[in-house]
Each structure stands twice: as structure tokens, then as C-alpha cells.
Design a protein around this ligand. Sequence first.
Ligand code: NAD
Length: 473
Amino acid sequence: EIKAMNGNGITKPNSKSSNIVEAVQTARDAFNRGVTRPIEWRRKQLNSLLRMYEENRNAMIEALHKDLRRSKMEAVLLEVDYLINDLKNTIHYLDEWSAPEKPPKGIVNILDKVVIYNDPYGVVLVVGAWNYPLQLLLLPMSGAIAAGNTVIVKPSELSVACAQFVAETIPKYLDNEAVIVVEGGPQETTELLKQKFDYIFFTGGTNIGKIVYEAATKNLTPVTLELGGKSPVYIDNTVDIFVTAKRILWGKFINVGQTCIAPDYVLCTKEVQDKFIEAAKKVLKEWYGDEPQKSPDLCRIINSRHFSRLQALVDASRDKIAIGGTYDANDRFIEPTVLSNVTGTDKIMQDEIFGPILPIVTIENAYEAIKFINEREKPLVLYVFSTNDKVVSSLVDNTSSGGMCVNDTVMHMGVETLPFGGVGSSGIGAYHGKATFDTFTHKKSCLIKNFAAIGEKLASGRYPPYSESNLNF
Ligand code: NAD
């Protein structure tokens, strides 16, 4: 049963669709009354949200632990502090980002004003995923508020504790008519998508992204689709293999691989593969000990459906396991696993893995790597490990991906001046930092003429009766 939050912060179970229609109408009315337009209102909301993060740090950490058995370190680094830093940055730049822009103007408009207004779209829908259940929902939500929109937020139903935290806490801190949490799964999201929104921001899988896009076309609603896919890593023989292994394995095994920008698979020569596996064995032992299941630093798989999917992938790859390969269904635990000598046609190479299994596909050189990448859907990120500038340039120049990160993994998303998003099947649009504000802002161009007699005289040639003597050719 769906629960919509609205009014006084009390979750009230209700009849599904009427509740959703009511929630969207409330947000629409608030926008139409102009509630969200004043910068001071936005600043107040954002400061209140900051207070919410700071006062509920432990509750957020606990919810992430409940849903994913997330360690405190990963909870703070990848969600709580990430949100706090982003929000502080947004508050700091709010005046600057929202101020009307004055682009350069030509001689014809010398007496006029040429302005670009940063206009909110209206009512925004933000739909989140379960893997980073707070960050991926609340970061776009705060951007939508900063830009002056009202927002309906729909957390993923699979990260139960985080969804509950969001539904219970948001109404205590934010304007209940401008920011409304709607809980539910596919059925409720389908109902939401029947409503008219002015912008839809969706994070999730590519297949559901297509459903969202199709629904958005009915009202010509602009979208950001933050989707997934198989992000490759190319390693050449010029790198420090231990540092490389650490950086790749960290990006792969945070949240046990349930990360949209986790390195999905490695491309390298046989020689590099052997060195990488040797280094990876040492690194994993150092990090997680002889019994990784006992390590407090490894998350669990979100639910049994995803566990079975990953278990089947491990089982189908039995003869290629170089490291790991054990699992425990009762604990939804999958050991960090590395597969060697994988080929492009193996089962593990068909879909996004989204779990702690890292296949290595051997190729001969960078050109083969480029060919392999270009034969597949455009990834969210392409990772390259090389100290050879020519090799890096050849991958930059000859492949297409949402973004790239060279000689590290995941850390590019911490650079707030780098817009983050996909291309092709990994998504549409990008956010983070100012790009988040701009995502939820319509750039409203405006020419403001004056009535000065000289201006009217200079432009009088445009009026009939036309005279060709005014044309300069
Ligand atoms: P998902 O697509 O299953 O679910 C995302 C959201 O869509 C949820 O809120 C869910 O309730 C809703 N939903 C599910 N089925 C629906 C349907 N039939 N109609 C309408 N709505 C529906 O994705 P997920 O499993 O939560 O997340 C994993 C995927 O998301 C991976 O592919 C991952 O790569 C991607 N992802 C991308 C990013 C990014 O920033 N690009 C970040 C995290 C995850």
C-alpha cells in the first residue's frame, strides 16, 4: 500500500491513485502560488535540509546499515558527507547561480537589455534507486528546491529503511506542500508517471529508464535519466600494478559492486592479467582477511532476487574463478570474486553485473580494447590505467562514454565541477555542482527593448513598405 506524506508529517495510508493525484496537485498549487520562487524561501529550505542531515547523521548511517549492511565509513563518505558537502556548496553559490545572466550583445541591441532568466520548471519528479538510496534521491531533490521547483520524491521501495527514513524525516524539516514524499514500487511509480510533471529526474536501470522516457513524451516533459551499464577498465603495462589493483578493487567492492560506476570488467593483456591477479590476492587479503564474510567492511546484496542472479553468475563462471567464488544465501553474502580469461560471449559479459564479481577479458593492445568497447552499448564511465599519454588520448578520442576517469575509479564523481551522467544507453543529462542547479532550471531568454527615439529610427528599415536599398548586397 502506498503512503503519501503531506500536510503534517504523518504517514497516512490511503487509496493509491487518489493519494498520488492529490500529492501532485498540492505540489502544483504551491508552485502556482509562487511559494518556491523567492531565493530566501529556497535558502531557508536548504538550510533546514542541512540541519536535517546534521541532526540525523546516525539515523542515516543506521538505515544504510539495515538496508545494505553498509559500514559507517562508506555510509559517511559516499552518502552522508557527500550530501552535506554538496548542499553547503549549493547554499554558498545560490545567489550567483540563480541571478539573471547577461550574455554579450551585438551593436544592434546596444540600447537594449539582453537577459537570461534562471526560471524553475515547476513540479519535478525525482525517482531514486536502492543502491545509494539517500544520495541518489536527496541530491537531485535539493537541486530542484535550489532552482525554485516543487518536488515529488519517490524513494526506492527496495531500500526499506532508507525509504522510511526519508518519508518520516523530510516532512519534519521541509515545506510540506512544496516537497512531498510518495512511497511505493513499480505500481505507484506507474501511477505517478501518468501525472503531468514539468521535469522528471530518474535514477535506475536502462530498461525502466525507457519506460520513464516513454511516459515523459506524453507531456513533452524533459528528463534526466541516470542509468547504468557495463563500465570497462583498460589497464596497460605502464602502471604500478599494486596501486592500480587497489584503486580498481576499491571501486568494485564498495557497496559490494552495487554501484552504477563500479568497474564492471577489466580489459588487459594476459601478462597484465597475471600481475593484476597476484596483486589483487594480496590486496583483498589485506583488506578483508582470510574470511571476508566476517569483515565488517563488506556490504550485503540488497535482496534475495539480486542474490540469486549473482549466485547464478558465479556458478556459470566456475572454471574461470581466479579469486573468491564462495557465497552464503542466508547472509546474502557474495565473496569478492575475480574471474580470468573471460570472453565477450560469456554470460557474465551480457548484462551489468552490479555485484562483487570482476571478470578480466584479455586483449592484445589498446586498439583491441577500443574495438571491444565500441562494439557494446555506451558505458556510464570508461576507466583507463596508463601512464602513456598517447594511449590515454587514443581512448579519449576513439570511444564514447558518459564520463572518463584515468588512473582511478569512482573518484571523478567527487569533483563537483565535473557534470556526471551517461550517454546513449547509460543515460541522458548530467548533474552535480552547478550542473544540478542548471538541470532543474529553464534558461528563459529575454530581450528587453526600450522606446528611445534613436533606436526606433535605426531599426525603422524593417517596416513596410520594404525598400531593397536597405539590404546590403
Ligand atoms: P530500477 O530501475 O529497478 O528502479 C529504479 C526506480 O524505478 C525505483 O524507484 C523503482 O521503484 C522504480 N521502478 C521499478 N520498476 C518500475 C516500473 N516498471 N515502472 C516504473 N518505475 C519502476 O533500478 P535499481 O535496481 O533501483 O537500481 C539499479 C540500476 O540503477 C543499475 O542499472 C544502476 O547502474 C543504475 N544506477 C544508475 C546510477 C546513475 O547515477 N547513473 C546510480 C545508481 C544506479
